[in-house]
Design a protein around this ligand. Structure first.
Ligand SMILES: [Zn+2]
Length: 353
C-alpha cells in the first residue's frame, strides 16, 4: 500500500466504531475497497433501508443544501446536519459538524449569492458540546459570536479542543437571540442526550432543532444514541412536541423530520421500554446461573443477552421497513434501556428478606 493511501486506511480502521467516520468510509468503500467489501460474505446481512429513510442526493462536493422555510436552510452530507439563517446583518449558523466542514461555508455562499444577501457568519449556535457536531467551529475564526448553554461552556473548557472554541454568550434556561430582525428561542429543558443539549426553536420558521434525539427515518445509533441520561432522553420527544413546528432538524442522517417522525420514534422507544419490563419478568435466570456457577459475569451477561433478545425481537419485527437499521441497533439500544429501567426506575429490584 502506498504511503499516500495509508492515512485513509488507518482512519478507516480507527473510526470503525464512530459515526463521525461514516462519510469518509462511504468515500473509501466506493473506491479501492468496494470490491473487497462486496466479496466478504462473512459480514452479516441486514434488511434493506426503507426509501423513506433517505434524503436528497448530495452534490459533487458532498453536500446538499435546501430551504426549510423562508430564509432558514439546512445542510447535510447524508449523515450529519447543520442549519443556517440568512439575515440582513449576516448569517446565524446552527452547529458546525466537521464531516460537513468546509462545505458549510460553500453551502452558505451558494444560498447567499443566489439571494443577494451577506454570506458572513456572525453567530454560531451550539446545540451541545460534542465534537461530531461542533468540530468545524474554529473554521469560522475568532470574529464570530458563539452562543450556547452554560454547561456547554464548562464542558468545552474541560475538553480544551481548539476546533471548538467555548461560547462567548451563554444562558441557563432560556434565551431569545435576535439577529437582523430574526428570532431564535433557545431553551434548556433538563439533561437528555448530554447535560447541555438544548432546544432551538425558530417560531417564525416553524422549525425545531434538537440534535441527537430523533434521527428521522432511522433507529438511534448504538446504545440509544449514547444518550447520557436515558430517562431524560426518553422524555425529550414529548417536550419537543409541545413546541409548534413543522420542520425538525435532528442533526443526523440525510433528511429532515416531521411531527409524525417524532411520534413514530417516541412509540419505538416506548415499545422498547415495555419490552424490557416484560423481559425482566419473563426471562428465567435459573439456567444461566446453573450453568456458569461462580462465574457471575458469565451468568449475568448471558441472562441479560436473553432479556435484550426478548425485548428487542418484537420491536425489530415491528419497525423493520419503518425505521432504517432496526435490525442493526435495536438490541444495543434495548440494553441501555434495560439498564435504565432497572437502575433509574428500579423495576425488577428485589430486596433480600
Ligand atoms: Zn451528541
Amino acid at each position: 500500500m502506498s504511503s499516500s493511501s495509508t492515512p485513509n486506511r488507518r482512519s478507516f480502521l480507527a473510526g470503525g466504531a464512530a459515526i463521525a467516520a461514516v462519510p469518509a468510509l462511504a468515500t473509501v468503500a466506493g473506491g479501492a475497497f468496494a470490491e473487497a467489501a462486496a466479496a466478504d460474505d462473512t459480514l452479516p446481512d441486514y434488511a434493506p433501508i426503507p426509501p423513506s429513510a433517505l434524503g436528497p442526493a448530495v452534490n459533487a462536493q458532498g453536500y446538499f443544501v435546501g430551504r426549510l422555510e423562508k430564509n432558514l436552510y439546512w445542510v447535510t452530507d447524508g449523515t450529519y446536519q447543520a442549519a443556517f439563517l440568512t439575515t440582513k446583518d449576516g448569517v446565524v449558523l446552527f452547529d458546525a459538524p466537521p464531516t460537513i466542514g468546509g462545505n458549510l461555508q460553500r453551502a452558505i455562499d451558494q444560498i447567499a449569492s443566489a439571494n443577494g444577501v451577506s454570506n458572513k457568519v456572525t453567530h454560531i449556535v451550539y446545540s451541545h458540546h460534542h465534537a461530531d457536531h461542533l468540530g468545524a467551529s474554529s473554521l469560522f475564526g475568532r470574529d464570530v459570536v458563539r452562543v450556547g448553554h452554560t454547561e456547554t461552556k464548562r464542558l468545552l473548557a474541560r475538553d480544551n479542543d481548539p476546533t471548538r472554541p467555548v461560547p462567548d454568550e451563554t444562558f441557563e434556561t432560556r434565551r431569545t437571540l435576535r439577529v437582523g430582525g430574526e428570532r431564535i428561542d433557545l431553551a434548556w429543558h433538563g439533561t437528555n442526550h448530554t447535560p447541555d443539549n438544548i432546544y432551538i426553536h425558530l417560531p417564525k420558521h416553524d422549525t425545531l432543532i434538537l440534535v441527537d434525539i430523533n434521527l428521522p427515518g432511522w433507529v438511534p445509533f448504538a446504545g440509544f444514541n449514547i444518550n447520557e441520561d436515558v430517562p431524560g432522553s426518553i422524555a425529550a420527544p414529548a417536550k419537543a412536541l409541545t413546541y409548534p413546528w413543522k420542520h425538525y432538524i435532528g442533526g443526523h442522517m440525510g433528511r429532515t423530520g416531521t411531527r409524525q417522525d417524532m411520534v413514530v420514534y417516541q412509540q419505538y422507544v416506548a415499545d422498547l421500554v415495555d419490552g424490557v419490563k416484560k423481559a425482566l419478568v419473563a426471562v428465567d435466570p435459573t439456567p444461566f446461573f446453573t450453568k456458569y456457577g461462580n462465574n457471575t459475569w458469565a451468568a449475568v451477561k448471558t441472562y441479560q443477552d436473553a432479556q435484550v433478545d426478548y425485548a428487542a425481537a418484537p420491536v425489530i419485527k415491528k419497525y423493520t421497513g419503518v425505521l432504517a437499521a432496526a435490525d442493526v441497533y435495536t438490541a444495543s439500544t434495548a440494553f441501555l434501556i434495560l439498564e435504565s429501567v432497572r437502575l433509574d426506575s428500579g423495576v425488577g429490584s428485589q430486596v433480600h428478606p
